[in-house]
Design a protein around this ligand. Structure first.
Ligand code: T6T
Length: 317
């Protein structure tokens, strides 16, 4: 659905006494606050955002927390008020805890666009650009079921952190789809890894010990996937347990080639960044803004990886 939004912001008076509602047409600075630093998904997003901004005459200033953690992301967001950008492109690290910090910035007249993750509160962002994460989870379950063939057994789901809108939706979509495959059953509830590869590795070690019929693992993002691959390698079970990961970092892609992963559900972070900039600039200019944009997803296996190189994530632009 396409929604026409006015560029006039909230009309509220900011804490500094300025009229937070009036965007300054000469302000061509956009801020990008990804979920975490030095991570190929967000680097690829940044590359897409920077290229689009340049072509539209804007700049992007990127500042990400050291960890995927709302307590570290919050000061970055509230600090934007000191030299406010025209728009903020943000991947909220918690779908509730980041609401007030983002509201504060919006109240200063900054246009908000969500890229990747989103808040539960839909009233703050003019646009949200993300993969269909639930569908990505379903695609992961279908892919795993196909790879498992007629085998019967249990499947472990590794999520990241409660409150991460994307990975939580992937885990849910996966479990919903798994229920349609009678030979496969979940090895308990989805387990949280706090987005730490070490925790993912030790959850895999524990699941292998507790669940003798474990035949598959779904890792809902890059760090959990990389950690799960380590856990299987440590146990000498690489390839014996089917590992379906999410994302396509260089290390995951190498792992797919080496047989450590049997499939990856890749996103298109550069398109998310590019569309984020487009929607922000459209809002600033008072043009038509799309409230929700779905970015593509693709299931990559060893057999089709050469045709899907454009989905591999980058570590620099
Ligand atoms: O999977 C992506 C992103 O979509 C998710 O929201 C958080 O984790 C990643 O950044 C990968 O690490």
């Amino acid at each position: 659905a396409v929604l026409v939004l006015s560029a006039c912001g909230t009309g509220q008076v900011g804490e500094d006494g300025s009229d937070g509602g009036q965007p300054d047409p000469d302000n061509k600075r956009l801020a990008l606050v990804p979920g975490v630093q030095n991570e190929p998904f967000y680097i690829s997003m940044q590359c897409g955002a920077e290229a689009e901004a340049k072509s539209l005459g804007y700049t992007v200033d990127t500042n990400a927390p050291q960890k995927f953690d709302a307590t570290l992301q919050e000061p970055i967001v509230t600090g934007l008020g000191a030299d406010k950008p025209a728009a903020l492109l943000i991947a909220p690290t918690d779908d509730v805890a980041m609401t007030e910090p983002i509201r504060q910035v919006k109240d200063l007249g900054v246009t908000i666009v969500e890229v990747d993750t989103a808040l539960q509160d839909r009233s703050l962002a003019v646009s949200t650009i993300t993969s269909n994460n639930e569908e990505g989870g379903r695609l992961a379950a279908q892919t795993l079921a196909e790879l498992a063939g007629d085998k019967e057994g249990s499947v472990l789901v590794l999520d990241t952190i409660a409150g991460t809108s994307t990975t939580n939706a992937r885990a849910q979509g996966f479990l919903d789809e798994l229920a349609k495959h009678p030979n496969l059953k979940p090895a308990g509830e989805a387990q949280f890894t706090q987005n730490e590869p070490d925790q993912a590795a030790s959850k895999v070690t524990a699941a292998l010990a507790a669940t003798p019929d474990l035949i598959g693992i779904f890792a809902t993002n890059l760090n959990t996937g990389e950690g799960a691959a380590t856990g299987l390698r440590n146990a000498g079970r690489t390839g014996a347990v089917t590992l379906v990961g999410f994302d396509a970092s260089p290390s995951e892609v190498d792992g797919l080639r080496a047989g450590e992963f049997q499939a990856l559900i890749a996103q298109d972070p550069a398109t998310i960044g590019k569309e984020g900039v487009r929607q922000a600039v459209a809002a600033l200019k008072g043009e038509t803004v799309e409230r929700d944009i779905e970015a593509p997803l693709v299931a990559i296996t060893k057999d089709n990886m050469d045709q899907n190189e454009k989905y591999f994530y980058k570590t620099s632009c």
